[in-house]
Design a protein around this ligand. Sequence first.
Ligand SMILES: [Fe+2]
Length: 443
Amino acid sequence: MSGLATEDLKRLVESARVYRDVYASPEVFELEMARIWGHAWLYVGHQSQVPEPGDFITTTLGLKPVIMVRHTDGETIHVLHNRCGHRGAIVCYQRHGHAKSGLFRCPYHGWIFRSDGSLRTLPSPGGYKDVGFDADDPAFGMPPAARVAMYRGFVFASLSAEGPDLPNFLGEAADTIDNMVDRSPVGEIEVTGKVGHRFLHRNNWKFFIENLHDAMHPMVAHAATGDAVKQVLDAYPDSDVGRPEAEVIAPFGGSYDFFDEMGFVGLPRGHGYMGGSKSIFSHYQMYPDYLAAMEEAYGTARTQEILSYNKHNTLVYPSCTVRDGIQSIRVVKPVSVNETVIESWTFRLKGAPQSMLDRTLRYSRLINSPASCVGPDDMSCYDRIQEAAAAGTIDWIDLHRHLGREVRDGERLTAIGTSDLALRNQYLAWLDYMTDGAAGHAA
Ligand SMILES: [Fe+2]
C-alpha cells in the first residue's frame, strides 16, 4: 500500500505547476490505478465488435484484464474479469474471437464459465463435494466489472460500484459521441477491422491526454511534416498528387491564432474539448454523395446542424478521446509508470459512401499510427519530459499559460485554445480522484 497521504498528494499539484513525481513515481502510478482508474467509467469497446452471441474481445480496465462478450441471450454485453476463479489464471489471451456456445475454458485445469461469468462445470466435481465449496459463489466464476453501461453503442465499465451513472459521468462529453453517430445517414456506426493500431509509448499515460489539447506544440513539433506537405504541393501544382494527404496533415501546421480561435472548454471530471464551431476538420472537402445521403435522411437544416458541429478532440477522462469529425477514438492503456499503449480505432458511418471511410483510414494512417507523420513527433517530446522527470533534471512542470483568464460558465471553464487551462482542468480532476474529493473540485 502507498504511504502517500492526502496532504502529500496535494503538494504535488499546484494551480499552475505539477511536481515531477506525477509522471515518474511508481507509488503515484499505483495510487492512480486504484483511485482514478479504479473509480472512473472506462471505455471498453464498441458493440459492433461483438455482434453475435459468444463474440468477445479482450482488453484491460486499468491494469486488470477483462473480456467483453456478447451473452448467449444475444442482447446483453458483459464485461468480465479475465481470470479463472480457481487459481486466477488468465483465461483468454486472444485479442478477439468467438466462444463456442458462449463458453470460456481455462487452459490450466479446465474450469468452464458461461458468457455471464458464472461457473458452469469443473472436472471431477466429486472432489468439491462436502468440502465447503460453493460453485454458485461468483468469486469462483469470472466476476463481472462492478458496473457496465452502454452509450449509443459505446461500452463503458467501472471497477467501482459507487459514483455517478454513465450519462452523468459523461455530461457534455456525450455530445461528441452523439455527433459521431449522427454523422451516419442511418444513425449507426461500426468499428472497422478486428484490432486497432496499438502504439507503445515509453512514457506516462498522462502525456498523451495532455497533448490532445496542447495547442502550442503543433507548429513546432510537427513543423517538418507540415513543411513536407507544402513542398509536395508546390512541386505538383497542377496535379492531385498529395491533395488527400494534405487535407489531413496541413491543419497540424496551423498558426497560434488558428488554435486560439478554436478555443478550449473544460468540463467536470477532467473531460474537455477543443473546437465546437471550428476545428482541424472544418475545411475538409464535402463529398456530394455523402451530403445527399445525409439530407435525404435528416433534411437540410438538421444535416447542417450535424455537420457544422466541429470538435477537434473530446477527452473522456481518463481513458479515451473521441474525434467525431473523423470517426475515430483513441484509447489509453496504462502499463506502468513509464509505459502506455495508445490504441486507435476507426469507425465506418453506415449508409455513407466509401470516400468517408477512406478519409477516416487515411487520417488514422497519417496521424495516429505508429508509422504516421504526426504521432511519433509527439511521442518523442513526451519521452524527453519523462526522462527529465525521472532523472530530476526538472522538479516542476509548468502550466502557467493564460492562468486566471479562463471564464466560468456554469460547470464549464472556457479559454482561448492555447491556454494551459486544458492541462490544469485535468489536474483538478486528478486531485479530486486521488484525494477522494478532498481537493474540493467536485470531480
Ligand atoms: Fe501533436
